[in-house]
Design a binder for this molecule. Structure first.
Ligand code: CA
Length: 239
């Protein structure tokens, strides 16, 4: 057995890659095929539509900027059709497009901003397939989080898996803000506004620092969990 092949991908798992840049497409294909996936590349939107209508892959990786349209449109179409539950990872070079992916809630499961490392992409695809294979869909994550975090003392204390968290006021504020809409990505600006308000001494770094201490406190209680997710350049969400 090849020691480089991490177990997990069932050999021959079919993936669709919609990417018009041949260099990126080949790098991604190579990285995924090394891990046992079978990757079909489409360079055009119409090609991907035709391919998807012929049968569903295990997951689709969609670039946003394509010569005959936008991957965002395809994502929206898929979510409205028979492939509504197809795991989708979006790729884009432009962060404003990613804002659209998230802001318009087009239904992509994840995204990667270019440039990305093939290793990161493989990890994201694996996570996508793992989530897709785990039953209770849709409401599962928020319900799980609601069970993990229990608010007490009229919102002044928070328990994490039954254990009382020793949080500063700002850390508690951050966590409560994230819990309001766990799967939404909260930008640093939004979190600053919500938790620090007009406090003149705060900056984006302030948020990062507090997220770091918050993570450490959660990890101290449940080392195997890391519910705060960092979205590089965009902000934070809960998982
Ligand atoms: Ca492109």
């Amino acid at each position: 057995m090849n020691p480089d092949v991490v177990p997990g991908a069932r050999p021959g798992t079919q993936l669709l890659l919609l990417e018009d840049d041949p260099a990126i497409a080949q790098t991604v294909q190579f990285a995924l095929q090394r891990e046992g996936f079978h990757v079909e590349i489409c360079g055009w939107l119409h090609e991907a539509r035709a391919r998807l209508s012929a049968g569903a892959p295990a997951a689709a990786i969609l670039d946003v900027g394509l010569p005959d349209g936008s991957g965002l449109d395809l994502c929206r179409e898929l979510r409205a059709g028979p492939l509504a539950h197809l795991p989708i990872l979006m790729l884009s070079a432009r962060s404003e497009e990613m804002d659209k992916v998230l802001g318009l809630e087009l239904g992509a499961d994840d995204y990667l901003a270019k440039p990305f490392s093939p290793r990161e992409l493989v990890a994201r695809v694996r996570a996508l397939l793992r989530r897709a294979a785990t039953p209770p869909p849709a409401a599962a994550a928020p319900a799980g989080l609601a069970q993990a975090f229990v608010l007490e003392g009229e919102g002044s204390r928070l328990r994490f898996h039954g254990e009382l968290l020793q949080l500063t006021r700002r850390e508690l504020g951050l966590l409560l803000k994230l819990l309001e809409a766990p799967q939404r990505i909260h930008s640093r600006e939004l979190l600053l506004d919500a938790v620090w308000g007009q406090d003149a001494d705060s900056s984006d770094r302030t948020v990062d620092t507090h997220i770091k201490t918050l993570r450490a406190k959660l990890r101290a209680l449940r080392p195997e969990l890391d519910p705060i997710r960092t979205h590089r350049g965009l902000g934070y969400s809960l998982e």
